[in-house]
Every structure is written in structure tokens, then in C-alpha cells.
Design a protein. Structure first.
Length: 155
């Protein structure tokens, strides 16, 4: 897996090397040769995701994520060169779902980093949105949110 160019605030962070290492230590094939990180859903990541959600910087579901990214891409004056969005998805999706996620990541590369989280949709939904809520994908749609989640990988 090629190492992505992370947000500037992460590249300047003393934890940069540890974050880069965490992103390549465990990987998994998403679809048709696309390899992405596989991340443990730790207490630190859960707390950070809840904080990001409370700030309104988390999109829920593939359709919302695709719509947000499509709208942003149309407004970009120049192609992005580094990660500014983070797409996290669960391990219990269907083949069709992962194919659509792969298309989304490819269309928005390199500004969107995708990663599996070690959870199913029921667990992720319950942790973030309350009981009886299944969520297969969330998108952190702000660079500060992305940086906070990446820092939580190594805290």
C-alpha cells in the first residue's frame, strides 16, 4: 500500500511517523487490488468520532458521503495532493457495497483515505448514534476531524 500524504498538521506532528506506521501495519484488500488500512476501533477512536460527530463533521452512510465528496470536488480549484477526508467502513458489508466504496475512493483520490474499522454496522451505529442503529460507513469531512482521528490511532 502506498503511503498517503497526510494533512499538513499531521506531517508537522511529532506523532507523524507513528501514524504512518499505524496506517500500513494492518491492511486489507477492499476491492480489485485496492488495499486500505484496517484499524482497531479503540476507545480513543470512538471518543474522537463522537467528538467529530458532535461538531457536525461526520457524514453517515455511503450516499451522504458520495454526495458530500461530489459537491466538494466540483468546487476544488486545483486537484488535491493530500488527505483531507477520512472514510471509515465496517467489515460486514456486501461485495456490492465495497465495490461502490472503492469507486468513491478512486474518484476522490488522494484527498480521501479509506479504512476498515474492526466493527460491524450494528456496533459502529450503536457506539455513535445510539441503539438499534446500523451504520456501515462514516466520512470525516473536515481536515481537523481527520487529523484528530489519525492522532487517536496512536494515543
Amino acid at each position: 500500500m502506498q503511503q498517503p500524504r497526510l494533512p499538513r498538521q499531521i506531517e508537522a506532528d511529532p506523532l507523524h511517523a507513528a501514524i504512518q506506521s499505524a496506517l500500513v501495519t494492518r491492511t486489507q484488500q477492499l476491492w480489485d487490488g485496492i488495499e486500505v488500512p484496517r484499524l482497531a476501533l479503540t476507545d480513543a477512536i470512538i471518543a474522537t468520532l463522537r467528538s467529530v460527530l458532535a461538531r457536525g463533521q461526520l457524514q453517515r452512510g455511503l450516499e451522504a458521503a458520495v454526495a458530500a465528496l461530489d459537491g466538494e470536488r466540483k468546487g476544488l480549484a486545483a486537484p488535491a495532493e493530500r488527505v483531507s477526508r477520512l472514510c471509515l467502513f465496517t467489515t460486514d458489508g456486501a461485495e456490492r457495497f465495497y465495490r461502490q466504496v472503492a469507486r468513491c475512493l478512486t474518484a476522490n483520490a488522494p484527498r480521501v483515505l479509506g479504512a476498515f474499522v474492526d466493527a460491524d454496522a450494528a456496533r459502529l451505529g450503536t457506539l455513535l448514534y445510539g441503539r438499534d442503529t446500523a451504520v456501515k460507513l462514516v466520512l470525516a469531512d473536515h481536515k481537523d476531524a481527520v487529523s484528530a482521528i489519525l492522532r487517536a490511532l496512536v494515543s
